[in-house]
Design a protein around this ligand. Structure first.
Ligand code: AGP
Length: 661
C-alpha cells in the first residue's frame, strides 16, 4: 500500500537527494502501489519541483533520468534542501500521474499522504469556498491546501501542520515540504510513520526497510504526534496535546538484506521453496532435539496470560485469518478452551462481550495491517490481554500489543503470503500446545507425539514440495477449462455469436467460438483442512484471477453444490483420520454430478475416493497435516498464474501491506 519516504540532508549539496528518494521508493515497492512520485525543495530559497508517473518506480527513474531531475543518473547533483517521495495505492481517484503524490498546493507546498481522510468532501467544499482550486480527485489534496493556508497565515511549518491535522478525520501519515524551507514536517494518526537519523541526515518513512540502512537509529511517532526535521538540528517532536515529546530511539540493526530472487523467477516461488527452513526457524526456541515443548520460550508473563485466560480470541485478515481459523481447532481440542477466529475488519466494530478475560492474539505477517491493529486495540479496551504473532518484529502491531511471538519466516516479498502462512500455523500450534500445557489439559503422550511430528515438519514440507510437477499439470488443466475449451451443451439454450466477433446482445465470453468459460474452481475440506480450502481458493484467486471458492465439505449440499457440473474442477483435501470417510462422501457428491475431482490425499487416508487425479502426501499426523498440505495448493496457484501470464509477485489491485481500512 502507499509508502512515504523523505530526507533532509545534513549539508547542502553533499547528497544525491533525488537518487536517494528513488532508491528508497524502490525498496518499498513490495508494499504494492500503482503510481509514484517525488518532490524536492531546491536550496537557496528555491521552489518545489515535482516528478510523478502512473506505474512503477522504474518508470519514475526513467523520467528522472530523461529530465535530469536532481542530477539523477549522471551529471551534477542538484543542491537540494529536502525531498519527499511516495508510492500510491489508489483509493480516491484513478492511479494517474495527476493523482499521484506528492500533491502540490499553491504557495509552493507539497505533501505525501498514507491513509484515508474521511471528511475530505466537507473540507473540499470549505476550501473551495475560500477560493482554493483542486487539481486532483484525491482525498489527500485537502491536506495540501490546509497546510499551505497555515503557512500563508504566517505560521511556522509545525504550527501549519498541527492546524491542518486538527481538521482531519480518518487515518493519516503525512509529510510535507515547502518552498524556501530546508525541512520536512510530518504528522500521524492511525497510520504508522517513523523518523530516522544517520550522520546528521534526517529521514521520515512509513516503513524502516525503505531507508535501506541509511538511518542509524529510528523512532516511531506516537498517534497524534507531529515532527519537524530541519537540517543541522535534532528532530523536534510535539505530541497530540501540543507538548514537546521525547520518543524512544532504537538503533537499527544491520540493514535488512535487500530482497533477492536468488535465481528464482518470482519471489512467490522462492518463498514457497523456503518453507522447510521457515518452519524450522519458527519452532527453534520451542522444540529441541529431544524432550517436550520448551514452554520457557514463551516467557513468564505470557505463560501466566495463557494459563489464566478464559478464552482465546484471534483477530486477523486474509491468509492470516485462515491460519487463525485452523488454530481454533487446535486450541479447542488440545486446551479445551473456547477459541474464536475473527475477521479483524468486522471484529473492530463488534460489541464482543467475551473479550474481557480473553487472550486476544493478533496474527499478521506484516504487523502493519490497519484492521488487525484496530481490532487488537478494540479488544484491549474491553479488557483483553494481547499477544501479537508477527513476521516483522519491529512493527506497529508488535509494539501496540506489548508482547509478540515472532514467526521468523524471513522477509516475504510476494504479495501472496506463503511461507508466512505455514510459519504462522507452526507458531499457532506451539501456542495451542503451550496453553494446553499451562492449563493441564495436555497429556505427556500427546505432547510427545505432536512435538515429535513438529521435529519432522521441515522434512515433511520438503516432501510435499515434491508434488510440484503434479501441481503444474493440474494447473494446466484447470486453466484450460477456465479459459474456454468446453462446448456449450445445445440444450443449455445459450445463444452463441454464430462466429461473428462483436455481435451485440451476447456476453463477450461466448462470442465467436461456441465455447464457454468455466466460472470457477471449488476447494473443499473438513476440520483443520476447511480453512485450508479457503486458503487454496484465496491463493488461486489473488494471483491467477480465476474465481475460486473454498467450502466446508459438509456444507456443499446447502447451496454451493448447485454450481457443480462437468465443467467444474474441485480440489478435495483428504487427510486421514476420523473425517476421511465423510470427506470421501462429499467428493462423491461432486463426482456424481460430473465435477472433475483433483484430490490431495494423505498417504494414510484409507477412504476410497473415486477420482482420476489423486496426489498423495505424507502429512505426519493429523495435528500438523494442514501445514504440510499448504505448499501444493500454493504451487497450484503459482502455476495457474504463470500459465496465464499474470504478474505473480504483484497481482493487480493488491498490496503487500494493507495499511488502510
Ligand atoms: C495473502 O496472500 C494476502 N495477500 C492477504 O490476504 C494477507 O494475508 C492479508 O492482507 C493480511 O496481511 P498481514 O498478515 O500482513 O496482516
Amino acid at each position: 500500500m502507499c509508502g512515504i519516504v523523505g530526507v533532509v540532508p545534513s549539508g547542502v549539496g553533499g547528497m544525491d537527494v533525488a537518487g536517494f528518494l528513488l532508491e528508497a521508493l524502490a525498496l518499498q515497492e513490495y508494499r504494492g502501489y500503482d503510481s509514484a512520485g517525488i518532490a524536492v525543495v531546491d536550496c537557496d530559497g528555491g521552489g518545489v519541483r515535482r516528478l510523478a508517473v502512473s506505474g512503477r518506480v522504474a518508470k519514475l527513474k526513467e523520467a528522472a533520468r530523461a529530465g535530469g531531475f536532481g542530477g539523477f543518473g549522471g551529471g551534477t547533483v542538484d543542491a537540494i534542501a529536502a525531498g519527499i517521495g511516495h508510492t500510491r495505492w489508489a483509493t480516491h481517484g484513478a492511479p494517474t500521474e495527476r493523482n499521484a503524490h506528492p500533491i502540490l498546493a499553491g504557495g509552493g507546498a507539497a505533501i505525501v499522504h498514507n491513509g484515508i481522510i474521511e471528511n475530505h468532501d466537507e473540507l473540499r467544499a470549505e476550501l473551495r469556498g475560500r477560493g482554493r482550486r483542486f487539481r486532483t480527485q484525491t482525498d489527500s489534496e485537502v491536506i495540501a491546501h490546509l497546510f499551505a493556508e497555515g503557512l500563508r497565515a504566517g505560521g511556522d511549518s509545525l504550527r501549519a501542520m498541527r492546524s491542518a491535522a486538527g481538521k482531519l478525520r480518518g487515518a493519516f501519515a503525512v509529510a510535507a515540504i515547502a518552498r524556501g524551507r530546508g525541512e520536512i514536517v510530518c504528522a500521524r494518526r492511525g497510520s504508522p510513520l517513523l523518523v530516522g537519523e544517520g550522520e546528521g541526515t534526517l529521514f521520515v518513512s512509513s516503513d524502516a526497510p525503505a531507508l535501506g540502512g541509511a538511518a542509524k537509529r529510528v523512532l516511531h511517532l506516537a498517534d497524534g504526534d507531529c515532527a519537524l526535521l530541519r537540517a543541522g538540528e535534532k528532530a523536534r517532536i510535539v505530541s497530540a496535546g501540543g507538548r514537546r515529546a521525547g520518543r524512544q530511539w532504537r538503533q537499527t540493526g544491520a540493514a535488512r538484506a535487500a530482497a533477492n530472487l536468488g535465481g528464482y523467477r518470482h519471489f512467490m516461488k522462492k518463498e514457497i521453496a523456503e518453507q522447510p527452513q521457515a518452519a524450522a526457524a519458527a519452532m527453534a526456541d520451542f522444540v529441541g532435539r529431544t524432550g517436550g515443548l520448551r514452554t520457557g520460550a514463551f516467557g513468564g508473563e505470557l505463560l501466566r496470560a495463557m494459563r489464566d485466560c478464559r478464552s482465546v480470541n484471534i483477530v486477523a485478515c486474509g491468509t492470516s485469518y485462515h491460519a487463525a481459523m485452523t488454530a481454533r481447532y487446535w486450541v479447542e481440542t488440545l486446551a479445551g478452551t473456547p477459541c474464536r477466529a475473527n475477521v479483524a475488519s468486522e471484529y473492530r466494530y463488534r460489541a464482543d462481550p467475551g473479550a474481557g478475560g480473553s487472550l486476544t492474539v493478533a496474527v499478521s505477517q506484516s504487523g502493519e495491517t490497519a484492521d488487525t491493529i484496530a481490532a487488537a486495540a478494540a479488544a484491549k479496551e474491553k479488557g483483553a490481554r494481547l499477544l501479537a504473532i508477527v513476521n516483522e518484529s519491529d512493527s506497529t502491531l508488535a509494539r501496540d500489543c506489548g508482547r509478540a511471538l515472532p514467526m521468523r519466516a524471513g522477509m516475504e516479498v510476494g504479495v501472496a503470503s506463503t511461507k508466512a502462512f505455514t510459519a504462522q500455523l507452526t507458531v499457532l500450534l506451539l501456542l495451542a500446545l503451550g496453553i494446553a500445557k499451562e492449563k493441564g489439559t495436555l497429556s505427556a503422550r500427546v505432547e510427545k507425539g505432536i512435538v515429535a511430528s513438529l521435529r519432522r515438519l521441515p522434512e515433511l514440507l520438503r516432501g510435499s514440495l515434491l508434488l510440484e510437477g503434479v501441481m503444474r499439470k493440474w494447473a494446466g488443466e484447470i486453466v484450460s477449462c477456465h479459459s474456454g475449451s468446453l462446448v456449450i451443451p445445445a440444450k443449455a439454450g445459450i445463444q452463441t455469436g454464430g462466429g461473428g466477433k462483436g455481435k451485440a446482445g451476447l456476453d463477450s465470453r461466448f462470442r465467436g467460438n461456441d465455447k464457454v468459460f468455466n466460472d470457477g474452481v471449488l476447494f473443499i475440506g473438513r476440520g483443520g483442512h476447511y480453512p485450508l480450502a479457503l486458503e487454496g481458493a484465496l491463493k488461486l484467486k489473488e494471483i491467477s484471477y480465476i474465481h475460486a471458492e473454498g467450502c466446508a465439505a459438509g456444507e456443499l449440499k446447502h447451496g454451493t453444490l448447485a454450481l457443480v457440473d462437468a465443467h467444474m474442477p474441485a480440489v478435495v483435501l483428504a487427510p486421514g483420520g476420523a473425517l476421511a470417510e465423510k470427506t470421501a462422501a462429499n467428493a462423491a457428491e461432486i463426482a456424481a454430478r460430473g465435477g472433475r475431482l483433483y484430490v490431495l490425499a494423505a498417504e494414510n487416508c484409507g477412504a476410497r475416493i473415486a477420482a482420476r487425479k489423486i496426489a498423495r502426501v505424507d502429512d505426519g499426523c493429523e495435528w500438523i497435516s494442514p501445514i504440510v498440505f499448504a505448499p501444493p495448493l500454493q504451487l497450484l496457484a503459482y502455476y495457474a498464474a504463470k500459465i496465464r501470464g499474470a504478474d505473480i509477485d504483484k497481482p493487480r489491485n493488491l498490496a503487500k501491506s494493507v495499511t488502510v481500512e
